[in-house]
Ligand binder design. Structure first.
Ligand SMILES: NC(=O)N[C@@H](CC(=O)O)C(=O)O
Ligand SMILES: [Zn+2]
Ligand SMILES: [Zn+2]
Length: 432
């Protein structure tokens, strides 16, 4: 069956698209994109007034399966991704057991076969992500991991990180680095600064992140690997990465929507849903990240979707789990705050949230063109809605954006030619 999407405003400058086009989908692929395609009894979707772009790729999600199915599963996480406008996500290895061996990776790949979006596994750098003994990186590479990371835990031992980089480079895998010096972060629960003092909470200094960014830049330079910094959150980290780039170090970094939008002040009501690693930083850090966004300096946007149960987040701020459930708010937050306000445009978004993640993980990301896989989203820029965690497909309802009024929402997601998410008229349906 062929589906014809008519009259949408299509953005994908890499494929020379900016303006009104009709898109014809046949099977898994885009069959044609033309100024006008006549309807020959195709199934028609009217996209008048809507935006059409390639569906996004989130290279930092936690799907929790196996082991923490009460927080999320590949099914629920992939449905959340489809609802959020993603066609693919990369799953971090901090499951139980940790994805430090091919069996766990194969399990993930098996689950992914029936998921709403494509799921790419990331293998752990060290066994059990303990930072002590390297995982069998060769066998993980063979099993098909797209990157290596001990995300959630830092690799504290520099010698181990050096060897990991050497192995990773032999298999051409990037290392995604959760930068945190545990001796500095200790049992901190929020950013260390004015507000941690006022609120009486233990702080995590910016230096805990920056020291590890600096160390791993040095090691990346020494080993020549591709280093990707996860959830970069401070001015100092940004400066270190920018300086390393000028020296030709093979380094990229990602920033999350929450670090671009929220600051440590929000902790004033002790909402555990705002507790996250790295912590929400100072206004200065946030403003500098937004400036980097505007100046085109950010390589990648990623959610760090970290779903937790209500119970994990219950109780005192000190004891709540770290993490924010982000897949279902990311695109709308970025549109509402940065595209609508003309800080970035749709092509900037695609660079950071589609092309670059595709390039880093070496996965299909051809964009919108005849013959390419039909992965696209239809976005309603006028639609006003309120973030309602009860409507999340994710099991993780832990969002600090609950109740926020936003303008603009993903309405339809196609993955491999299949309409997997349909929110026309607010139906919020997963179909696959
Ligand atoms: N970001 C978080 O606060 N939590 C992540 C781990 C991580 O990304 O470091 C998690 O797995 O819950
Ligand atoms: Zn992390
Ligand atoms: Zn993470």
């Amino acid at each position: 069956m062929k589906t014809l999407i008519k009259n949408g405003s299509v953005y994908d400058s890499k494929n020379g698209l900016a303006g009104k086009y009709d898109i014809l989908i046949e099977g898994k692929k885009i069959y044609a994109i033309e100024a006008e395609i006549k309807n020959q009894s195709y199934q028609v979707i009217d996209a008048e007034g809507k935006i059409i772009i390639p569906a996004l790729i989130d290279m930092h999600t936690h799907l929790r399966e196996p082991g923490y199915e009460e927080k999320e599963t590949v099914k629920t996480g992939s449905e959340a991704a489809a609802a959020g406008g993603f066609s693919a996500v990369a799953a971090m290895p901090n499951t139980k057991p940790i994805a430090d061996n091919p069996a766990v990776v194969e399990h993930m790949k098996h689950k992914a076969e029936t998921a709403a979006v494509r799921v790419y596994p990331i293998g752990s750098i060290t066994q059990d992500s303990k930072g002590e003994v390297l995982s069998e990186i060769g066998t993980l590479a063979k099993a098909g991991v797209k990157a290596l990371s001990d995300d959630g835990n830092p690799v504290m031992n520099s010698e181990i990180m050096r060897r990991a980089m050497e192995y990773a480079s032999a298999f051409e895998l990037p290392i995604i680095d959760h930068c945190e010096d545990e001796n500095l972060s200790q049992d901190g629960v929020m950013h260390e600064g004015y507000y941690s003092t006022i609120f009486g909470l233990k702080g995590i200094p910016a230096a805990a992140e920056e020291i590890m960014v600096a160390r791993d830049i040095v090691l990346a330079e020494m080993t020549g690997i591709h280093l990707h910094i996860a959830h970069l959150s401070t001015e100092g980290s940004l400066n270190l990465v920018k300086e390393a780039k000028t020296r030709g170090v093979n380094i990229t970094f990602e920033v999350t929507p929450h670090h671009l939008l929220l600051t440590d002040k929000i902790i004033e009501d002790y909402n555990p849903d705002a507790k996250v690693h790295p912590p929400l930083r100072s206004k200065r850090d946030k403003d500098i990240l937004v400036k980097a966004l505007k100046d085109g300096e950010i390589d990648v946007l990623a959610t760090d979707h970290a779903p937790h149960t209500f119970e994990d987040k219950l109780g005192e701020f000190d004891y709540a789990a770290f993490g924010i459930s982000g897949l279902e708010t990311a695109l709308a937050l970025l549109y509402h705050n940065f595209i609508k306000t003309e800080i970035i445009d749709w092509d900037d978004l695609l660079r950071m949230y589609y092309y670059k993640p595709g390039e880093i993980m070496k996965i299909e990301s051809e964009g919108l063109k005849a013959g390419a896989r039909a992965d696209l989203l239809i976005f309603d820029p006028e639609r006003e809605w309120t973030v309602d965690k009860k409507k999340f497909k994710s099991k993780g309802k832990n969002t600090p954006f609950a109740g926020q009024k936003l303008c603009g929402k993903n309405e339809i997601t196609f993955v491999g030619g299949k309409l997997v998410y349909d929110d026309r008229g607010g139906r919020n349906e997963i179909l696959y």
